[in-house]
Every structure is written in structure tokens, then in C-alpha cells.
Design a protein around this ligand. Structure first.
Ligand code: DX5
Ligand code: ZN
Length: 215
């Protein structure tokens, strides 16, 4: 599945950008929430999530790069998020956060920074619908892909398949472009988030080009 990250979209023309994502064949819209504490940047919140949701039939994937995400989960659930992920490094009570997301009937994900031990994902997997592996340090679009992803996704897929958890999806986020999409998918990623790789240039064509790489 392809999940364009709206962080790199033209916010003055968000509805047009969303339509282009739909036309290109995007499966999910990825929505990056940053609080200026967990990451050195501030982005968008529940109000914009609600607006996006009203302008698309695509599922909305809210990636909460915030400290104490429990405070914000209800707000994004009410705004219409379909998927909500929290960072293992940003919550003191990961199980509680995941249960809170599921309590709203949403798909629950745990996100891990590029060098955070995979043990967190192993422990959390049975309570998750997806695991988000960061392939950049969260905070900004347009960064360079960190190669640790490849050994991590192989180990994680292996763990999931060996523990009857093959239904848990693996999402990758950061530095994904048409040039590396195939290698990433073949390594085991199920959901490919791409920001600058989609929104720099013609959005519809960029998404189609990524999809073509995956055929
Ligand atoms: C980074 C965000 C990503 C970002 C990806 O902290 O979580 O979703 O938008 O952007 P690219 O694809 O440009 O690396
Ligand atoms: Zn993200």
C-alpha cells in the first residue's frame, strides 16, 4: 500500500493535493503530527485532520510524533483518524496507549525510531494492527534514508510470521521514493509512506511511478 505523507503537500491547496493522491492510486493518507517536544518541529493537529477527512474517502493514518500521546488519541479518533500510531519512545505506557486507540475502534500502531530496539515491536505486536519502522529520525520530510531499516524489517517480518502474527502490517516512513520502493517492499514492508517522493513534482505521476515499481 502507498501512503503519501501530507507533510510535504502544498497546504494552501490541500484539497487539490488530496485529489491528486486519490487519482494516482494512493491507498491511505499519512498525517504527521509533531508537538515541538518529542521532535524539533511543530506541524498539524486534529482540526486539520478533520478537514482532510471531510475531503477524502481514503483512510487517514495519524502518526503521532508527540510526548504523552494518550492526551491526543481521543482528539484524533474524533477527528476521523482510521489508523493511529504512537511512538514507543513517546509513551510511558505503550499497552495503555494501544488499548486506548483500539477502544475507539481504530487501527493501532507502534512506531519505532531507526535505532530503537525491535524488542518493543516484538512485545507490542499482538496488541497492534501495524508497526511503523522509521527510516529517518522523525521531525522533517525530505531526509536521507537510514539503512538500518533493511535488517530491521527482515527481523521483524520473521518474528511476525513465526508467531502467527502475519496479519500485523509493517509500515515504513522516511526517505521512500520510486528509486528504493521495490527493494523496500521486497524486504517486507506492507505500507510505504512517501512525502517528498510524492509531492515534489507531479503528485499523480509520482504515485503511479512508485506503484509501477511494485508490479
Ligand atoms: C518524518 C515523517 C514522515 C515524513 C516523510 O518525521 O514522519 O512521514 O513526512 O517524508 P519523506 O518521505 O520526504 O522522507
Ligand atoms: Zn510519518
Amino acid at each position: 500500500m502507498i501512503a503519501p505523507s501530507l507533510l510535504s503537500a502544498d497546504f494552501a491547496n490541500l484539497a487539490t493535493e488530496i485529489k491528486a493522491c486519490e487519482k494516482g492510486g494512493a491507498d491511505i493518507l499519512h498525517f504527521d503530527v509533531m508537538d515541538g517536544h518529542f521532535v524539533p518541529n511543530i506541524t498539524i493537529g486534529p482540526f486539520i485532520a478533520e478537514t482532510v477527512k471531510k475531503n477524502t474517502a481514503l483512510p487517514l493514518d495519524c502518526h503521532l510524533m508527540v510526548d504523552n500521546p494518550d492526551m491526543f488519541i481521543p482528539k484524533f479518533a474524533e477527528a476521523g483518524a482510521d489508523y493511529i500510531s504512537v511512538h514507543a519512545e513517546g509513551t510511558h505506557h505503550l499497552h495503555r496507549s494501544l488499548m486506548q486507540i483500539k477502544g475507539f475502534g481504530k487501527k493501532a500502531g507502534v512506531a519505532l525510531n531507526p535505532l530503537t530496539p525491535l524488542e518493543f515491536a516484538f512485545e507490542a505486536a499482538e496488541y497492534c494492527d501495524y508497526i511503523l519502522l522509521m527510516s529517518v529520525n522523525p521531525g522533517f520530510g525530505g531526509q536521507t534514508f537510514i539503512d538500518s531499516f533493511f535488517r530491521r524489517v527482515v527481523a521483524l517480518k520473521d518474528f511476525l510470521l513465526n508467531n502467527d502474527l502475519g496479519h500485523v502490517l509493517i509500515e515504513i516512513d522516511g526517505g521512500v521514493k520510486k528509486e528504493n520502493a521495490r527493494e523496500i517492499a521486497e524486504a517486507g514492508a506492507d505500507i510505504l509512506v512517501s512525502g517528498s517522493g510524492v509531492f515534489n513534482g507531479n503528485v499523480e505521476e509520482n504515485i503511479k511511478a512508485i506503484i509501477a515499481e511494485l508490479q
